[in-house]
Write a protein that binds this ligand. Structure first.
Ligand SMILES: C[S@@+](CC[C@H](N)C(=O)[O-])C[C@H]1O[C@@H](n2cnc3c(N)ncnc32)[C@H](O)[C@@H]1O
Length: 212
């Protein structure tokens, strides 16, 4: 039983599909982009996988006050304290940075994962292609895999923002890659969670692709 819990723990995810592929292929290093407080980082590290966790939000990394549904005012421990509590610091490199500002020179990893990160408004000033290109370059050539789940348009305002891609849009950013999975949920009701304290509608897409 895990000792610690992410504030995002109960939101819906396609992650088990990505995780199964990692295990099948015996991949051992993963970069999580928009790692937040470690919802995906810790399950990977608990399996002995080396993780690079990229996140720009200091509260997600170092902890701080947070409002959870209820509303409940509490303190989130953040990624670093969770890693320490579970004895996983040696397996995880935490990088506090904006993905779009990352300098060249990070070592490529076997696999890259991101969950609902690129639609954040901080990324809208740059084309979606920029965000995905940085991710793609972190993925090692010849067999590295990239998994991205993302928000799809469900409100009129989303239709004019390319960071909420509709069906079939994302694969154009993976020329020459093998597409392993491309799927979508219907619109669904997401329970209240951190940052969205009322029930709301989401629609999510998933792409998993292998780099040539
Ligand atoms: C929806 S949250 C993560 C929740 C997710 N279910 C999880 O725990 O992985 C997305 C995260 O992506 C981060 N993020 C968005 N754009 C980013 C960027 N350009 N660079 C680094 N982190 C980013 C946000 O700060 C946020 O913590």
């Amino acid at each position: 039983m895990p000792k610690t819990r992410s504030v995002w723990q109960d939101t819906r995810t396609f992650f088990p599909i990505f995780f199964d592929l990692l295990k099948t292929r015996g991949l051992t290093s993963v970069c999580v982009i928009g790692a937040s407080d470690g919802k995906f980082v810790l399950p990977l590290a608990r399996r002995g996988i080396r993780v690079v966790a990229i996140e720009q939000d200091p509260r997600a990394l170092h902890g701080g006050p947070v409002t959870l549904p209820g509303p409940v005012e509490t303190t989130m421990p953040g990624l670093r304290k969770r890693l320490t509590a579970e004895g996983l610091t040696d397996l995880v490199q935490v990088v506090q940075a904006d993905l779009l500002g990352l300098a060249e020179g990070m070592n490529p990893v076997d696999a890259v994962w991101t969950s609902c990160s690129w639609h954040y408004s901080r990324n809208h000033a740059r084309p979606l292609a920029d965000f995905i290109t940085v991710m793609n370059n972190l993925c090692r050539p010849r067999g590295g895999i990239l998994g991205a789940e993302y928000m799809m348009p469900v409100e009129p305002r989303h239709l004019s923002i390319e960071h909420y891609p509709p069906e079939g849009h994302v694969r154009r950013f993976f020329p020459g890659w093998t597409i392993n999975w491309e799927t979508y949920t219907p619109p669904f009701v997401e329970a209240p969670h951190v940052d969205q304290l009322a029930e709301h509608i989401h629609r999510m897409g998933l792409i998993i692709a292998t780099r040539p």
